[in-house]
Ligand binder design. Structure first.
Ligand code: ATP
Length: 258
């Protein structure tokens, strides 16, 4: 996408490197000896049953929490020292639900993604163009002056993706982004994420629907405190990692397939 991304892709260094990480909230262990790399340009689907530590691992990857043991590097730096806001578009669980109460327009949300790049507190012509391009890329130009709170869940998701694009993020991190979104909008949404990944944007997606993950992801990581599987989606469906990780919670998967 950007020149910086291209350079990193050429260098072949992982964009995120999690090395032998252990983490707990107080005495409660959540992650145990987890090691995983996220390569530039990849689309990593992070799956596992409820409470298996997916959101926690994402927090650690983005430097929002520090591991008890092990190390996490992000863009080649210790993750907790990195100012993640600059190069990462993060759509947290419930982010769009919170947006229901936002008394601001779609364009204003997308502009926020561009704030850090302003010079002397003002948008340049290039900034304005980047904002328009981001709106257009996710197909919400005609919604630009609408209030975010008045949009559907699927439309709000697009607004947040556009904000990430306006910031020229190198990495898009999505935590169950389509909860509560209807099947058609959901399919369209993942088509959009697929296309963005094809342009070089690295994607990490937490998602219970294994079908979505195996269709779009280039890598699957299956977690339940430990990493059960990390690799090719096709191999993943052939191994017993699914039943090992989900065990009695397999109904979660079936439910999402319906
Ligand atoms: N801030 C917190 N303080 C204490 N415990 C927490 C906190 N956040 C999460 N946990 C616990 O850590 C474990 C892992 O939670 P996490 O949200 O990472 O799992 P998850 O795989 O993302 O779950 P889900 O699929 O249900 O969203 C759970 O047992 C959860 O209750």
């Amino acid at each position: 996408m950007t020149t910086a991304t291209t350079k990193r892709q050429q260098s072949g260094d992982p964009l995120i490197s999690v090395d032998d990480v252990t983490f707990g909230y107080g005495e409660v262990p959540v992650l145990e000896s987890v090691s995983i790399d996220v390569d530039p340009g990849s689309f990593v689907g992070l799956v596992g049953p409820n409470g298996s530590g997916k959101s926690t691992l994402l927090d650690l990857m983005l430097g929002l929490r520090r591991p008890d043991e092990g190390t996490v590097s992000l863009f080649g730096e210790p993750a907790h020292k990195f100012d993640a806001g600059e190069r990462i578009g993060y759509v947290a669980q419930d982010a769009t639900k919170a947006a229901r109460d936002m008394p601001i327009t779609v364009r204003e949300v997308v502009e926020m993604g561009r704030y850090p790049r302003r010079l002397f507190g003002r948008f340049s012509a290039a900034d304005r163009q980047a904002i328009e391009d981001a709106l257009e890329q996710v197909g919400i130009t005609d919604l630009a002056s609408r209030r975010v709170g008045r949009l559907s869940g699927g439309q709000r998701q697009r607004v947040f993706i556009a904000r990430a694009l306006a910031s020229e993020a190198d990495l898009l991190a999505l935590d169950e982004p389509t909860v509560g979104v209807d099947a058609e909008s959901r399919e369209e949404f993942y088509g959009l994420i697929h296309d963005l990944n094809a342009t070089g944007l690295t994607v990490i997606l937490i998602e219970h629907d294994i079908g979505v993950v195996t269709t779009h992801a280039t890598d699957v990581a299956c977690l339940d405190r430990q990493l059960f599987f990390d690799g090719d989606p096709e191999e993943f469906v052939e191994t017993d990692a699914l039943s090992q990780a989900y065990g009695k919670d397999q109904h979660i998967l079936q439910h999402d397939h319906e």
